[in-house]
Design a protein around this ligand. Structure first.
Ligand code: AMO
Length: 446
């Protein structure tokens, strides 16, 4: 039976006389003259094989897939503390010798474009692959946390008749004899499912943003971790939910991905750190960002910050780390002009009726917005009135309007960008590194 390289040392300790079978990719070959050391890579890591010159093994190349049998032996110099002395070797798939990408190379010396151009090969690098082990834990723990709190997972269509988030960043799709768009977010569907009576739903799925700019924080296709919950009164409840959800996700990443975090020299905040993360209103956050900019050498001293832009996000997190010991800030009460049509207005003290602020918030982690959310407007007339002001057509939203017209509870939710969260947990320079096969303005392959 095949064993994984990570279990080789234990097997060598227990039964050194029993022949073992291992299989995987040839990660490295060191020819010592008379003896060859081969590093074998399987899903569990790296292990050492020892081949005598007279082993009679067929020829193989780096990245070939091989199966070997032999006796295990403890060797503290070998990765994992053991090696397999090979008695027989079979080449299951021979790799062509002209590898365009050095899988066992130091990735800090390889540019991002080369890494992405050769994605099927670069993903074989254990450090690069570890990004997606962490992402797996994020997705799994997001779902597990919510399921434990009576949320139901939903999957909704990615083909829509119009915009949900406002703006023009939509990809048009030919759909028989009409035009549709790739969904920017499951926003309206997740609200519909709250009103269906499920009350608490979440969705993990791709969303599409036709943003033309190429920045380290933007993808044109990303995975959105969405949730929506009925019977809430304010975005402050959502902030507390996100704080606990993040504590769970970070806890699981720390528990399951120790070696992956170590490979990137990364760590995650603990629950006590998250408990200290401050909530600032948009106005307070802007004021603070400007004060920080005035004392920060990296900030462009002359220009005032008028919006929570990337510079403000960096400055706010630096402030929070210094003052609260945590790199996470929640910003709420955004002005209406910055939020989509569905955002609920904030009743401002001293003003009658709906003001210009909204019950909305963002979470900024390690200098980057990782999530956005709000309480939603559930009043049918208010939404019908708002739609045209946002350039939206009520006739494209008949299904959504129906749910508001016939009994919809007060509700709200938020969405976390899966790749951005992965990026910030591991300290990756570019969000594209956290996407298996990223799509940007130029890149549609592989
Ligand atoms: P928003 O548009 O702010 O909100 O998106 C939510 C989160 O998704 C991530 N994100 C992105 N990640 C990578 N590339 C992009 N181009 C990109 N755009 C957004 C960010 C962001 O915080 N419907 C609302 C959510 C809600 O209110 O429930 C929405 O989609 O991490």
């Amino acid at each position: 039976m095949r064993i994984l390289v990570k279990d080789m040392a234990a097997a060598a300790g227990k039964q050194p006389d029993a022949e073992l079978e291992a299989a995987g990719w040839v990660h490295r070959i060191r020819d010592m003259g008379g003896i060859r050391f081969v590093i074998l890579r399987d899903r569990s890591g790296l292990g050492q094989l020892v081949l005598a010159e007279d082993s009679g093994a067929p020829a193989f190349t780096l990245e070939s897939v091989i199966r070997v049998r032999g006796l295990p032996a403890l060797n503290e110099k070998a990765p994992g503390g053991a090696e397999l002395r090979v008695a027989s070797l079979e080449v299951l798939s021979r790799a062509a010798p002209d590898l365009p990408y050095q899988v066992n190379g130091d990735i800090s010396k390889i540019g991002l474009e080369a890494i992405l151009d050769n994605r099927p090969l670069s993903l074989r690098n254990p450090k690069i692959r570890s990004v997606f082990k962490v992402q797996d834990t994020i997705v799994e723990s997001f779902a597990a946390y919510l399921r434990n709190r009576d949320f139901t997972e939903i999957k909704t269509s990615k083909l829509t008749a119009g915009s949900t988030e406002g703006g023009t960043n939509l990809f048009q799709v030919d759909y028989f004899d009409r035009k549709l768009y790739l969904a920017q977010s499951p926003q309206l569907y997740k609200e519909a499912m709250v009103a269906s009576g499920l009350e608490r739903v979440f969705e993990i799925g791709p969303v599409y943003r036709a943003e033309k700019h190429d920045t380290p924080r933007h993808l044109n296709e990303y995975v959105s971790l969405d949730l929506e919950i009925g019977f809430i009164e304010s975005e402050l409840e959502l902030i507390e939910l996100e704080r606990e959800l993040l504590a769970h996700i970070f806890g699981e990443v720390a528990r399951k991905n120790g070696p992956d975090l170590a490979a990137w020299g990364a760590s995650v905040p603990g629950p006590e750190d998250l408990a200290r993360a401050p909530t600032l209103s948009y106005e307070e956050a802007l004021k603070l960002a400007n004060e920080e900019a005035a004392r920060d050498k990296k900030a462009s001293a002359s220009s005032r910050i008028f919006d929570i832009n990337p510079e403000a996000e960096r400055l706010l997190c630096e402030w929070s780390r210094r003052e609260h010991g945590v790199d996470l800030v929640f910003v709420n009460a955004f002005p209406r002009r910055h939020r989509p049509f569905y955002t609920y207005p904030l009743a401002e003290s001293g003003k009658s009726g709906a003001g210009t602020l909204t019950m909305s918030f963002d979470a900024i982690f390690r200098g980057l917005e990782i999530s956005s959310g709000s309480r939603r407007q559930h009043d049918y007339d208010a939404v019908v009135e708002a739609l045209p002001k946002f350039g939206l057509k009520p006739e494209n939203m008949a299904g959504y309007l129906q749910i508001l017209k016939y009994g919809c509870p007060p509700h709200g939710g938020f969405a976390l960008g899966c790749e951005r969260l992965t990026q910030k947990i591991l300290g990756l320079g570019n969000v594209k590194e956290a996407s298996l096969f990223p799509r940007d303005r130029r890149r549609v392959e592989p």
